[in-house]
Design a protein around this ligand. Sequence first.
Ligand SMILES: [Zn+2]
Length: 97
Amino acid sequence: MLLNAKETLLKEILYQYLNQLNMICHCEKCIEDVLAISLNQVKPQYITDINKISYSKSEMVDKQKNTAMLVILTEAASKVSAFPRCENRLPINKDNN
Ligand SMILES: [Zn+2]
């Protein structure tokens, strides 16, 4: 089983700080968009064993790395909030539908 440990980590950090990211929408689509944008900016870290996630996690307890991840997530969240691709988009965009 091939897993990207960064995906798990980013997801955890995202949900941990969700209320601080000032997203205008918290739907599944927007959350996934934030994760996709963020994951495209970090180097993937593939593992073959789910049990190894906890090992790579201890590496990530490094506060500096966590902060870097949070910065990436914050930037992605503001991008998605500016142009949400879900049905909760801003009224100003509704004319385009
Ligand atoms: Zn949304």
